[in-house]
Design a protein around this ligand. Structure first.
Ligand code: 2RA
Length: 353
Protein backbone atom coordinates (compact mmCIF):
# COMPACT_ATOMS: atom_id res chain seq x y z
CA UNK A 1 0.00 0.00 0.00
CA UNK A 2 1.02 3.59 -0.40
CA UNK A 3 1.90 5.48 2.77
CA UNK A 4 -0.36 8.23 4.13
CA UNK A 5 1.07 11.64 4.89
CA UNK A 6 -0.18 14.57 6.96
CA UNK A 7 0.73 18.24 6.86
CA UNK A 8 0.21 19.69 10.32
CA UNK A 9 0.14 23.48 10.16
CA UNK A 10 -1.16 23.39 6.61
CA UNK A 11 -2.47 26.94 6.48
CA UNK A 12 0.71 29.01 7.01
CA UNK A 13 3.25 30.35 4.50
CA UNK A 14 5.32 27.16 4.78
CA UNK A 15 2.14 25.05 4.72
CA UNK A 16 1.24 26.38 1.29
CA UNK A 17 4.69 25.42 -0.05
CA UNK A 18 4.35 22.00 1.59
CA UNK A 19 1.09 21.49 -0.28
CA UNK A 20 2.69 22.44 -3.58
CA UNK A 21 5.69 20.15 -3.03
CA UNK A 22 3.50 17.20 -1.98
CA UNK A 23 1.35 17.77 -5.09
CA UNK A 24 4.51 17.45 -7.20
CA UNK A 25 5.13 13.97 -5.76
CA UNK A 26 1.48 13.05 -5.24
CA UNK A 27 1.96 9.60 -6.80
CA UNK A 28 4.21 8.56 -3.91
CA UNK A 29 1.47 8.90 -1.32
CA UNK A 30 -1.90 7.37 -0.47
CA UNK A 31 -3.98 9.87 1.52
CA UNK A 32 -2.78 13.43 2.05
CA UNK A 33 -4.36 14.81 5.24
CA UNK A 34 -4.30 18.50 6.16
CA UNK A 35 -4.33 19.37 9.87
CA UNK A 36 -4.30 22.73 11.63
CA UNK A 37 -5.55 24.48 14.75
CA UNK A 38 -9.30 24.25 15.46
CA UNK A 39 -9.55 27.86 14.20
CA UNK A 40 -8.72 26.73 10.64
CA UNK A 41 -10.70 23.47 10.69
CA UNK A 42 -13.23 23.21 7.88
CA UNK A 43 -11.25 25.39 5.47
CA UNK A 44 -10.79 23.75 2.10
CA UNK A 45 -7.29 23.95 0.64
CA UNK A 46 -5.83 22.61 -2.57
CA UNK A 47 -3.11 20.03 -3.02
CA UNK A 48 -2.56 20.10 -6.76
CA UNK A 49 -6.04 19.64 -8.22
CA UNK A 50 -7.47 17.99 -5.09
CA UNK A 51 -9.53 20.00 -2.62
CA UNK A 52 -8.96 18.81 0.94
CA UNK A 53 -10.79 19.92 4.07
CA UNK A 54 -8.55 20.93 6.95
CA UNK A 55 -9.09 18.87 10.11
CA UNK A 56 -8.59 20.16 13.65
CA UNK A 57 -5.62 18.72 15.49
CA UNK A 58 -6.55 15.90 17.91
CA UNK A 59 -5.12 12.49 18.81
CA UNK A 60 -7.58 10.69 16.54
CA UNK A 61 -6.74 12.77 13.50
CA UNK A 62 -3.40 10.91 13.27
CA UNK A 63 -5.05 7.48 12.88
CA UNK A 64 -3.78 5.80 9.73
CA UNK A 65 -1.06 8.37 9.07
CA UNK A 66 2.48 7.04 8.45
CA UNK A 67 4.49 10.27 8.21
CA UNK A 68 3.52 13.73 9.46
CA UNK A 69 5.20 17.04 8.71
CA UNK A 70 4.74 19.44 11.64
CA UNK A 71 5.08 23.20 11.26
CA UNK A 72 3.77 24.68 14.52
CA UNK A 73 5.09 27.02 17.20
CA UNK A 74 7.53 25.36 19.63
CA UNK A 75 5.10 25.02 22.51
CA UNK A 76 2.35 23.55 20.29
CA UNK A 77 4.79 21.05 18.76
CA UNK A 78 5.97 20.16 22.25
CA UNK A 79 2.41 19.13 23.09
CA UNK A 80 1.30 17.41 19.87
CA UNK A 81 4.40 15.81 18.34
CA UNK A 82 4.60 13.16 21.11
CA UNK A 83 0.87 12.47 20.66
CA UNK A 84 1.36 11.67 16.98
CA UNK A 85 4.58 9.74 17.60
CA UNK A 86 2.81 7.62 20.25
CA UNK A 87 0.40 6.55 17.52
CA UNK A 88 3.32 5.20 15.47
CA UNK A 89 3.49 8.19 13.12
CA UNK A 90 7.01 9.21 12.06
CA UNK A 91 7.04 12.93 12.77
CA UNK A 92 9.26 15.41 10.97
CA UNK A 93 9.09 18.51 13.14
CA UNK A 94 10.13 21.99 12.03
CA UNK A 95 9.89 23.63 15.43
CA UNK A 96 12.93 24.31 17.60
CA UNK A 97 11.61 22.21 20.47
CA UNK A 98 13.20 18.80 19.75
CA UNK A 99 16.23 19.79 17.69
CA UNK A 100 18.89 19.40 20.36
CA UNK A 101 17.35 16.30 22.00
CA UNK A 102 20.04 13.59 21.73
CA UNK A 103 17.32 11.03 20.91
CA UNK A 104 15.99 13.11 18.01
CA UNK A 105 18.06 13.17 14.81
CA UNK A 106 18.45 16.54 13.09
CA UNK A 107 18.56 15.70 9.41
CA UNK A 108 19.72 17.40 6.25
CA UNK A 109 20.18 14.85 3.49
CA UNK A 110 23.27 16.57 2.07
CA UNK A 111 25.08 16.02 5.39
CA UNK A 112 23.62 13.15 7.43
CA UNK A 113 20.87 11.22 5.57
CA UNK A 114 21.70 8.07 7.56
CA UNK A 115 20.59 9.82 10.77
CA UNK A 116 16.94 9.71 9.64
CA UNK A 117 16.81 5.96 10.28
CA UNK A 118 17.87 6.27 13.94
CA UNK A 119 14.87 7.84 15.64
CA UNK A 120 14.18 6.25 19.02
CA UNK A 121 11.29 8.62 19.73
CA UNK A 122 9.81 8.36 16.22
CA UNK A 123 10.67 12.04 15.82
CA UNK A 124 13.05 13.67 13.34
CA UNK A 125 13.77 17.39 13.64
CA UNK A 126 14.16 19.85 10.80
CA UNK A 127 16.80 22.50 11.45
CA UNK A 128 16.26 26.25 11.44
CA UNK A 129 16.16 27.97 8.04
CA UNK A 130 19.39 29.89 8.66
CA UNK A 131 21.28 26.70 9.50
CA UNK A 132 19.81 24.85 6.53
CA UNK A 133 20.98 27.49 4.06
CA UNK A 134 24.56 26.82 5.20
CA UNK A 135 24.66 23.06 5.51
CA UNK A 136 24.85 21.81 1.88
CA UNK A 137 27.95 23.88 1.07
CA UNK A 138 29.56 23.39 4.49
CA UNK A 139 29.01 19.62 4.40
CA UNK A 140 30.76 19.35 1.04
CA UNK A 141 33.62 21.66 2.03
CA UNK A 142 34.02 19.85 5.36
CA UNK A 143 34.23 16.49 3.63
CA UNK A 144 36.92 17.79 1.27
CA UNK A 145 39.01 20.02 3.51
CA UNK A 146 38.01 19.46 7.16
CA UNK A 147 36.06 22.37 8.64
CA UNK A 148 37.64 23.84 11.77
CA UNK A 149 35.65 27.01 12.42
CA UNK A 150 33.24 29.46 10.87
CA UNK A 151 32.07 32.96 11.43
CA UNK A 152 28.81 33.95 9.76
CA UNK A 153 26.65 37.05 9.46
CA UNK A 154 23.09 36.64 8.22
CA UNK A 155 20.77 38.90 6.23
CA UNK A 156 17.40 37.30 6.89
CA UNK A 157 14.14 37.82 5.08
CA UNK A 158 10.89 39.00 6.67
CA UNK A 159 9.10 35.75 5.78
CA UNK A 160 11.34 33.99 8.34
CA UNK A 161 8.84 35.51 10.72
CA UNK A 162 5.91 33.92 8.86
CA UNK A 163 2.88 35.53 7.27
CA UNK A 164 2.84 38.23 9.92
CA UNK A 165 6.42 39.26 9.14
CA UNK A 166 5.88 39.38 5.41
CA UNK A 167 2.66 41.39 5.74
CA UNK A 168 4.32 43.82 8.16
CA UNK A 169 7.16 44.48 5.71
CA UNK A 170 4.75 45.12 2.82
CA UNK A 171 2.61 47.42 4.97
CA UNK A 172 5.67 49.42 6.05
CA UNK A 173 6.91 49.75 2.46
CA UNK A 174 3.48 50.95 1.41
CA UNK A 175 3.28 53.52 4.18
CA UNK A 176 6.74 54.91 3.37
CA UNK A 177 6.35 54.90 -0.41
CA UNK A 178 5.94 58.40 -1.74
CA UNK A 179 7.22 60.13 1.41
CA UNK A 180 9.90 62.35 -0.07
CA UNK A 181 13.45 61.64 1.14
CA UNK A 182 12.23 59.48 4.02
CA UNK A 183 15.16 57.76 5.71
CA UNK A 184 17.53 60.69 5.36
CA UNK A 185 16.70 62.52 8.62
CA UNK A 186 17.17 61.13 12.14
CA UNK A 187 13.91 59.58 13.36
CA UNK A 188 11.90 60.22 10.19
CA UNK A 189 11.16 56.54 9.42
CA UNK A 190 9.93 55.94 12.97
CA UNK A 191 7.87 59.13 12.80
CA UNK A 192 6.10 58.14 9.56
CA UNK A 193 5.46 54.58 10.68
CA UNK A 194 4.56 55.19 14.33
CA UNK A 195 4.76 52.67 17.17
CA UNK A 196 2.41 50.15 15.55
CA UNK A 197 5.04 49.18 13.05
CA UNK A 198 7.51 47.96 15.66
CA UNK A 199 5.77 44.58 15.51
CA UNK A 200 6.81 41.89 14.80
CA UNK A 201 10.51 42.73 14.41
CA UNK A 202 10.86 45.04 17.42
CA UNK A 203 11.66 48.01 15.16
CA UNK A 204 10.73 49.20 11.65
CA UNK A 205 12.21 46.91 8.98
CA UNK A 206 11.56 48.93 5.80
CA UNK A 207 14.59 51.14 5.00
CA UNK A 208 16.32 49.53 7.98
CA UNK A 209 18.10 46.42 9.24
CA UNK A 210 17.43 44.90 12.66
CA UNK A 211 20.29 43.02 14.36
CA UNK A 212 18.07 40.87 16.55
CA UNK A 213 16.30 37.65 15.54
CA UNK A 214 14.66 35.36 18.07
CA UNK A 215 14.76 35.76 21.82
CA UNK A 216 17.56 37.10 24.00
CA UNK A 217 19.80 34.49 25.60
CA UNK A 218 22.77 34.75 27.99
CA UNK A 219 25.57 37.22 27.37
CA UNK A 220 23.86 39.14 24.58
CA UNK A 221 23.38 36.26 22.15
CA UNK A 222 20.06 35.63 20.41
CA UNK A 223 18.35 32.25 20.08
CA UNK A 224 18.82 32.46 16.29
CA UNK A 225 22.58 32.90 16.65
CA UNK A 226 22.83 29.95 19.04
CA UNK A 227 20.77 27.82 16.65
CA UNK A 228 23.31 28.38 13.88
CA UNK A 229 26.06 27.18 16.22
CA UNK A 230 24.32 24.26 17.93
CA UNK A 231 22.47 22.89 14.92
CA UNK A 232 25.45 23.12 12.55
CA UNK A 233 27.56 21.18 15.04
CA UNK A 234 24.91 18.47 15.39
CA UNK A 235 24.13 18.03 11.68
CA UNK A 236 27.76 18.12 10.57
CA UNK A 237 28.75 15.74 13.38
CA UNK A 238 31.37 18.25 14.56
CA UNK A 239 30.57 18.81 18.25
CA UNK A 240 33.61 21.03 18.76
CA UNK A 241 33.20 23.19 15.64
CA UNK A 242 34.02 26.78 16.53
CA UNK A 243 31.15 29.01 15.41
CA UNK A 244 30.44 32.72 15.71
CA UNK A 245 27.21 34.07 14.27
CA UNK A 246 25.41 37.40 14.07
CA UNK A 247 21.84 37.28 12.75
CA UNK A 248 20.24 40.32 11.16
CA UNK A 249 16.79 40.92 9.66
CA UNK A 250 16.76 42.83 6.37
CA UNK A 251 13.88 44.21 4.28
CA UNK A 252 13.77 41.24 1.90
CA UNK A 253 10.62 39.18 1.37
CA UNK A 254 12.06 35.68 0.85
CA UNK A 255 15.62 34.30 0.97
CA UNK A 256 18.10 34.24 3.84
CA UNK A 257 21.60 35.39 2.83
CA UNK A 258 24.78 34.78 4.81
CA UNK A 259 28.38 35.90 4.63
CA UNK A 260 30.58 33.00 5.66
CA UNK A 261 34.22 33.00 6.78
CA UNK A 262 35.12 29.30 7.06
CA UNK A 263 38.48 27.92 8.16
CA UNK A 264 39.79 24.49 7.17
CA UNK A 265 42.54 22.10 8.25
CA UNK A 266 44.68 23.08 5.28
CA UNK A 267 45.06 25.80 2.68
CA UNK A 268 42.16 25.87 0.19
CA UNK A 269 42.30 27.59 -3.19
CA UNK A 270 39.29 29.05 -4.94
CA UNK A 271 39.70 26.55 -7.79
CA UNK A 272 39.56 23.64 -5.35
CA UNK A 273 36.56 25.10 -3.54
CA UNK A 274 34.77 25.70 -6.84
CA UNK A 275 35.34 22.10 -7.87
CA UNK A 276 33.86 20.81 -4.63
CA UNK A 277 30.93 23.22 -4.61
CA UNK A 278 30.07 22.61 -8.28
CA UNK A 279 29.75 18.89 -7.52
CA UNK A 280 27.96 19.29 -4.17
CA UNK A 281 24.40 18.05 -3.81
CA UNK A 282 21.98 20.85 -2.92
CA UNK A 283 24.39 23.60 -4.00
CA UNK A 284 24.18 25.84 -7.07
CA UNK A 285 27.51 27.51 -7.68
CA UNK A 286 26.68 31.03 -8.90
CA UNK A 287 30.04 32.71 -9.12
CA UNK A 288 30.89 34.90 -12.09
CA UNK A 289 31.18 38.23 -10.28
CA UNK A 290 32.67 40.17 -13.22
CA UNK A 291 29.36 39.60 -15.00
CA UNK A 292 27.31 40.44 -11.89
CA UNK A 293 26.54 36.75 -11.39
CA UNK A 294 26.37 35.98 -7.68
CA UNK A 295 23.70 34.79 -5.28
CA UNK A 296 20.92 37.21 -4.37
CA UNK A 297 17.61 36.56 -2.63
CA UNK A 298 15.48 37.83 -5.53
CA UNK A 299 17.13 35.23 -7.77
CA UNK A 300 16.84 32.42 -5.23
CA UNK A 301 13.09 32.41 -4.49
CA UNK A 302 11.53 29.01 -5.10
CA UNK A 303 14.81 27.32 -5.95
CA UNK A 304 15.68 23.95 -4.47
CA UNK A 305 19.43 24.48 -4.29
CA UNK A 306 21.25 26.88 -2.00
CA UNK A 307 23.15 29.43 -4.09
CA UNK A 308 26.83 29.95 -3.33
CA UNK A 309 29.14 32.58 -4.83
CA UNK A 310 31.73 35.33 -4.22
CA UNK A 311 34.14 32.56 -3.20
CA UNK A 312 37.52 34.01 -2.20
CA UNK A 313 40.57 32.68 -0.43
CA UNK A 314 41.01 34.96 2.57
CA UNK A 315 43.95 37.29 1.95
CA UNK A 316 45.35 36.98 5.45
CA UNK A 317 44.15 33.46 6.26
CA UNK A 318 45.14 30.98 3.52
CA UNK A 319 43.24 28.15 5.25
CA UNK A 320 40.03 30.21 5.12
CA UNK A 321 37.40 30.94 2.49
CA UNK A 322 34.98 33.85 2.31
CA UNK A 323 31.73 33.22 0.46
CA UNK A 324 28.13 34.35 0.16
CA UNK A 325 25.23 31.89 0.49
CA UNK A 326 21.54 32.41 -0.20
CA UNK A 327 18.85 29.85 0.56
CA UNK A 328 15.10 30.20 0.13
CA UNK A 329 14.10 30.10 3.80
CA UNK A 330 10.67 28.66 2.98
CA UNK A 331 12.03 25.94 0.65
CA UNK A 332 15.34 24.35 1.78
CA UNK A 333 14.99 26.32 5.00
CA UNK A 334 11.69 24.66 5.84
CA UNK A 335 9.33 22.84 3.46
CA UNK A 336 11.79 21.27 1.03
CA UNK A 337 14.11 19.87 3.68
CA UNK A 338 11.14 18.32 5.45
CA UNK A 339 9.97 16.77 2.15
CA UNK A 340 13.47 15.43 1.44
CA UNK A 341 13.66 13.84 4.89
CA UNK A 342 10.20 12.33 4.44
CA UNK A 343 11.43 10.82 1.19
CA UNK A 344 14.26 9.05 3.06
CA UNK A 345 11.76 7.70 5.60
CA UNK A 346 9.21 6.70 2.95
CA UNK A 347 11.81 4.66 1.05
CA UNK A 348 12.92 2.99 4.28
CA UNK A 349 9.37 2.12 5.36
CA UNK A 350 8.47 0.86 1.88
CA UNK A 351 11.62 -1.28 1.73
CA UNK A 352 10.78 -2.83 5.11
CA UNK A 353 7.07 -3.34 4.40
C1 2RA B 1 13.63 33.60 11.19
N1 2RA B 1 14.87 31.54 11.34
O1 2RA B 1 14.12 33.83 10.09
C2 2RA B 1 13.79 32.29 11.85
C3 2RA B 1 12.50 31.57 11.88
N2 2RA B 1 12.40 30.37 11.21
O2 2RA B 1 12.97 34.38 11.82
Amino acid sequence: RKLNVAIVGATGVVGSIMRRLIAEERGNWGEVRLIASPRSAGKVLSVGDESIEVQAISADVFDGIDIAHFDLPDEVSAEWVPVAAAKGVVVIDKSGYFRMDPDVPLVCREANPEAAAVRPKGIIANANCTTLALIPSLAALNEAFGLVSMSVASYQAASGSGKEGLEALYAQIQKLAGVDKVGTELGDVRAVLGEDFNAPFGAPLALNVVPKIGGWKDDGWTSEELKVRNESRKILGLPDLKVASTCVRVPVAVGHSQVVHATFEREVTVAEAHRVLAAAEGVDLVDDPQNMVFPMPIDSVGRSGTQVGRVRQSLDFPNSLEFFVVGDNLMKGAALNSIETADLVRRELEANA
